[in-house]
Design a binder for this molecule. Sequence first.
Ligand code: FAD
Length: 461
Amino acid sequence: MGKQPASKLNLPNIRLLMNYDERRQQLADTLKQQTTGTVRLDKTTSNVFRNRPNAQSESLLDVSQFNHVLNVDPQNNLIETEGMTTYEALVDQSLSHGVMPAVVPQLKSITIGGAVSGIGIESSSFRYGLPHESIGEMDVLLGSGEVVTCTPDNEHRDLFYGLANSYGTLGYILRLTVLAIPVKPYIQLTHIRFADADALFDAVRTWTERDIDFIDGTVFQPGKHYLTIGRFVDDAPYTSDYTWMDIYYQSIPTRSEDYLTVRDYLWRWDTDWFWCSKNLYVHNRPMRRLLGRKRLNSITYQKVMRWNTRWGITRRLGYLSGQHRESVIQDIDVPIDRAAEFLDFFHREIGMRPVWICPVRQSVRDEQYPLFPMIAESMYVNFGFWGGVKTKMEMPTGHFNRLIEQKVTELGGIKSLYSDAYFDEAEFWSIYDGDTYAALKTKYDPDGRLKSLYQKCVLRQ
Ligand SMILES: Cc1cc2nc3c(=O)[nH]c(=O)nc-3n(C[C@H](O)[C@H](O)[C@H](O)COP(=O)(O)OP(=O)(O)OC[C@H]3O[C@@H](n4cnc5c(N)ncnc54)[C@H](O)[C@@H]3O)c2cc1C
């Protein structure tokens, strides 16, 4: 079937005046009335980096009204919020109550539902695991229009654990509760340099056992590795500002200590989309002055990159200069014992830099998250790299991404699915627990109103 325009499932406009229960009911009723065809979310922002050339006609479900923080309860360390709330809104509201979500992904526009059903990570993940691990309960809109509440121990516990890495293929999270942790006003940062990868990962092991609050790292090039340790503090001798003229990642090799407000720490990577703003010539000062503080953020870059992808600008320029470029935008996790091996492979075969690293340990729970299996209580290292590899020769489609997939599997690691994936179907399901997924799909989406994970993440439908 050819590609057809998507149709919108229209909802009346009085929703602004409605409370959560009323809006949930209305959305469910709307979906129930639409009994044929597949459905997908209608959202204005997305941090999924995958074109959808094979997308077919689908009904778009407008969930934009599910973006409210419902309650922040610092006494019980709990936040109750709607699924499409951005972390920016969540952070603003929770900080005003002296708490923050236990894990806050680095990009402001990531929504909490996206981080749970896709996979997020941040520098508190060595203690609290991935964002889906600090969730208490969720209301989930199924493809049939029914809404179920799932918790770690009720009759929908299979869905509770199955939602992580399901990418909206089992249902949409409309409301959820999240673990909140108390904050102090400032973060003291310590940047430590390591000359070799073994020393770096040994230090990760040591530091993650200490009384610290955050840890991540930046590999600028072989031999130039930095760990950044963050601690909450009540007072700061000064605070730096990386929201306009100064660039956070450039500060790392130039100073051993730094102080940021909590809010600026949480968004330290957003202003320049880690370092990716460089590709848009935003590192030069006149350009930054021209753009102003407000436009320097991941949402601006996201828009430009989508526009670039749509019009193929980089690809065309590459052809003109006689070069081929493969987009390599990935986050992968490997067990810490194999992390140096991965980095060595990465420098040799892929060669992109810098690389972001972040330790993560799956927190202890009785059950696994079957679609994103990690060994409980084991330390992994996340590697994030976002850019492309240029070659003179034309390589087979997905050549470099495929090398990475194979290496990650060989090292006992796992890859996030927010970007291009090239697994064949059997391999894919052997990694992301096809049997459990099939059982979940049969139970929660028997009519196939939502695409399957393979269709969405590999076939780009
Ligand atoms: C360049 C880049 C860098 C990244 N860096 C980080 C990072 O530093 N830290 C980090 O944590 N993550 C990072 N990510 C990954 C990001 O967290 C995930 O892609 C996440 O899923 C995006 O969330 P979103 O709200 O933008 O969701 P969307 O992009 O809108 O959706 C993602 C998927 O989740 C589904 N979905 C969205 N909302 C819901 C919901 N409420 N219920 C069920 N399904 C839903 C959608 O259908 C879609 O399949 C990065 C991604 C990219 C592309």
